[in-house]
Design a protein around this ligand. Structure first.
Ligand SMILES: Nc1ncnc2c1ncn2[C@@H]1O[C@H](COP(=O)(O)O)[C@@H](O)[C@H]1O
Ligand SMILES: O=P(O)(O)OC[C@H]1O[C@](O)(COP(=O)(O)O)[C@@H](O)[C@@H]1O
Ligand SMILES: [Mg+2]
Length: 488
């Protein structure tokens, strides 16, 4: 066990303090609605509750559960997807295109009471986490930065360490404290439905929610473009020189077509350029891509095909790897993962993706484990050290996740005691044995498969952002090992 007590965790955090990172592209405000009991759910379904003066048509909810709408335009479509999500206990994210919403759904959403607001989006969540872990420098880039949004970035380290690139009047770009860098932009608000484990009845069926989880209704503002303006873009090579790593994400917001005629291809090509520019003067720069749920299979495939070839590491959850496999034509394997969640299938899927795009490493997080898969180093002694380091990075990530699950937020390094005190889940030993058997099979002789069981919090305060927390914690620890002792 690499971390026996909080001091060991603190010591590990100190290794991260000389790391500088670039984060792009998505931050938003998450408005959270807690669904903690069947009564909270029945209230949403109640025909007479009239949220926004809207009468819910339960027959339509039932019809929509069968048709599984991928885009949501009405309250009944939303409630159908919510019940399906609760039935599965799996993470779900669905885009909301404001222009397409029915007037009823707009009124319903406006009238719905949310419990709290927090920073969201991969960039938002990761910037705040890495700030309190005292990283040297965090360049957090997001195209929209309203005043409200900029204030939600918390410079919590022992020095202000979250910066935003600002174009000055003299034409130079200056890295400015993000709290002072806001523009006249709109605030992007996502609605998060956090449900707990409980059972309920719907349409004469008893549904037992297997796991607390979240459904995200992700806004897609028309003027949000996943892009960096030319003035800032030209500075990327210099920025890249001064950082050790980057985490990119947010491509799930890219649309097939925009009102000005631009297309997804345009933005994907520019996104590839950004990564190449960041790496152009720093060949050691490591780039991690954090995946998210993408409902459109064509766009999902394009994210993978454009971007995986230019990044080093990929982070994703079990549903996301299954969906990628589906887009790449492996529908049978994808179905198996979605249905049975077998680790053997997840490992096979990861190997397919790792090899196809020549990635250095894949990190998968599921409810029961977090796992790295990467190529072995030939020298056995060095490889053993590498395995120990990778394991430590994953341990650190599970501690971060379970601290956040317990408390909703991580407010200081001291909070990590909560995660440290949470035991591994009950399948931990079994999973370690399974992975050890798979690692020893002839198919995996060239690979390290390193797994750490999750520390599941039974009644999590919230679950949104846990994946981002895990991925950034594991990746930054990996980069710190590369930088600080060069064994990997
Ligand atoms: N209740 C939980 N306790 C600890 N860790 C958890 C809990 N629920 C989820 N997790 C971890 O977070 C990721 C979620 O990743 P997403 O990218 O947000 O889907 C999950 O895989 C678990 O490892
Ligand atoms: O797709 P969008 O609109 O950028 O939003 C991403 C969403 O994913 C999150 O970043 C959370 O992701 P995870 O739960 O996978 O860590 C939310 O905070 C945010 O609402
Ligand atoms: Mg995620």
């Amino acid at each position: 066990m690499p971390f026996k007590n909080l001091n060991d965790v603190k010591e590990h955090c100190e290794n991260l303090e000389n790391i500088a990172i670039f984060l792009g592209y998505n931050a938003n405000v998450d408005a959270l609605k807690y669904i903690s009991s069947k009564n909270d759910l029945y209230e949403l379904l109640d025909e007479k509750n009239n949220i926004g003066d809207v009468k819910i048509d339960i027959d339509k909810v039932i019809e929509n559960m069968a048709s599984y709408p991928r885009e949501i335009k009405t309250p009944e479509e939303f409630l159908a997807r919510l019940i399906l999500a609760m039935k599965s206990g799996k993470p779900v994210e669905i885009p909301l295109i404001s222009a397409n919403l029915s007037p009823n759904f707009k009124k319903w959403l406006e009238d719905l009471k949310f419990n709290e607001k927090r920073i969201g989006g991969q960039v938002g969540i990761i910037a705040n986490l890495l700030s309190l872990l005292n990283l040297e420098k965090i360049i957090a880039y997001t195209p929209l930065l309203s005043k409200k949004q900029s204030e939600m970035f918390e410079n919590k380290g022992n020095h202000a360490n979250i910066f935003y690139p600002v174009l000055k009047k003299d034409g130079k770009v200056s890295l400015t404290n993000i709290n002072n860098a806001y523009k006249d932009d709109e605030t992007k608000i996502n609605r998060i439905f956090e449900y707990k484990e409980f059972d309920f009845e719907f349409n004469n069926e008893k549904i037992d929610i297997p796991r607390a989880n979240r459904l995200i209704l992700a806004s897609r503002p028309e003027n949000l473009r996943i892009d960096i303006s030319e003035d800032i873009k030209k500075e990327l090579p210099e920025m890249g020189k001064d950082i050790d790593c980057a985490i990119v994400s947010g491509y799930q917001s890219i649309k097939e077509k925009y009102s000005d005629g631009k297309t997804d291809e345009y933005y994907f090509k520019r996104a590839v350029e950004d990564i190449k520019l960041l790496k152009s003067k720093n060949l050691d720069l490591k780039v991690h891509l954090e995946f998210a749920s993408v409902q459109n299979p064509l766009l999902r495939k394009k994210i993978v095909e454009y971007l995986y070839p230019v990044v080093d590491c990929a982070g994703l959850d079990e549903t996301e790897i299954a969906n990628i496999l589906n887009s790449l034509g492996y529908s049978e394997l994808s179905e198996k993962i979605l249905k049975d969640s077998r680790i053997e299938d997840v490992i096979e899927a990861s190997k397919i993706v790792l090899e196809k795009y020549d990635l250095e490493m894949i990190q998968i997080h599921t409810i029961f484990y977090i796992m790295f898969i990467c190529k072995k180093i030939e020298d056995k002694a060095k490889n053993d050290i590498k395995i120990a380091q990778l394991k430590k990075s994953l341990e650190f990530a599970t501690i971060l996740a379970s601290s956040k699950a317990k408390n909703g937020l991580i407010t200081s390094i001291e909070d990590l005691k909560m995660g440290l005190d949470t035991p591994y889940n009950q399948y931990g030993d079994l999973l370690i044995d399974l992975v050890s058997n798979i690692s020893n099979s002839s198919e995996f002789t060239e690979y390290n498969i390193v797994l750490v069981p999750s520390r599941i919090v039974k009644n999590p305060k919230s679950t949104v952002g846990l994946g981002d927390t895990i991925s950034s914690g594991a990746f930054v620890s990996y980069v710190a090992d590369l930088k600080n002792n060069n064994v990997l």
